[in-house]
Design a protein around this ligand. Structure first.
Ligand code: CO8
Length: 257
């Protein structure tokens, strides 16, 4: 598939998507987001892909929405364009998405990063929501997901000052999983993605959904959902294979059925 602003490839069972507008630090224009969602959904439908890695380049994961594209917008044209509807489709991807982040992850770039399930950051990463400095505020989930990730007071500080935090600070606040030297961030993410891609994909899918329920729902509903997913997995061949392999003391071979 031909894209202008992303690159998509695969390595075994891992799909890799790289944002590709380096001259503007991967600023997220509407076309880029459309291309990204199209490719994420394509990879989500491809049974041979079991984990997805989303990355940018060493200097920028993404420096936010394309400011030039937004600068002359009016409220009603924004409302009618409803550009954030497509972001709900990113949140709806059922396979695990790992972000390999380096450099700037700002504004929409931070929001995109927070839509991923696991985040490996290079030590040069700067994460922030600088929208307030432009006279606006986050619109693709920043006030909600950042608050749930780092807690109220740190979210307030980041959102009200617009100042970014370092990778180490992000790690301390649980916003990223791991910080590694810049030459390692992609490699480390791929290593983890390959490990996840070896797991039974139906279980991975239901685990992702259940964890996301924990963020949105009361505990009792989440527990109920989890229990039903657990029962459902006993209809899969992978449950039979996984448990049989344990008993027979061999490595399981998961078919995704
Ligand atoms: N939009 C458009 N162009 C950008 C953006 C951006 N967000 N960020 C950088 N660029 C461009 C610059 O204009 C520059 O282009 P040119 O070479 O033609 O002048 C090029 O990228 C390189 O940038 P700089 O020269 O500024 O590089 P520096 O290293 O000096 O600075 C910074 C890097 C600090 C990242 C700086 O570029 C910056 O502050 N960028 C803007 C960051 C920002 O405010 N982001 C938030 C945008 S608003 C937003 O994300 C709202 C979210 C709503 C939902 C998302 C929907 C997609």
């Amino acid at each position: 598939m031909g894209y202008d602003y992303i690159k998509a490839e695969r390595e075994g069972a891992v799909g890799v998507i790289a944002l590709n507008r380096p001259e503007v630090l991967n600023a997220l224009n509407l076309q880029l987001i459309d291309e990204l969602v199209t490719e994420l959904e394509r990879m989500d439908r491809d049974d041979s892909i079991r984990a997805i890695v989303l990355t940018g380049n060493e200097r920028a994961f993404a420096a936010g929405a394309d400011i030039g594209e937004m600068a002359d917008e009016a409220a009603i044209s924004m409302l009618l364009k409803d550009q954030f509807a497509v972001w709900d489709r990113i949140a709806g991807i059922s396979k695990p998405i790992l972000a390999a982040v380096s450099g700037f992850a700002l504004g929409g770039g931070c929001e995109l990063m927070m839509n991923c399930d696991i985040i490996i950051a290079s030590e040069t990463t700067k994460i922030g929501q600088p929208e307030i400095k432009l006279g606006v505020m986050p619109g693709a989930g920043g006030t909600q997901r950042l608050t749930k990730a780092v807690g109220k007071v740190k979210a307030m500080e980041m959102l009200l000052t617009g100042e970014p935090i370092s990778a180490d600070e992000a790690l301390r606040y649980g916003l990223v999983n791991k910080v590694v030297p810049v030459e390692m961030y992609f490699h480390e993410t791929m290593k983890l993605a390959r490990k996840i891609a070896e797991q039974p994909p139906i279980a991975a899918r239901l685990i992702k959904k259940s964890v996301l329920k924990a963020i949105d729902n009361p505990l009792s509903e989440g527990l109920d959902y989890e229990r039903n997913c657990f029962y459902l997995l006993f209809a899969s061949e992978d449950q039979k294979e996984g448990m049989r392999a344990f008993i027979e003391k061999r490595r399981p071979k998961f078919s995704g059925r």
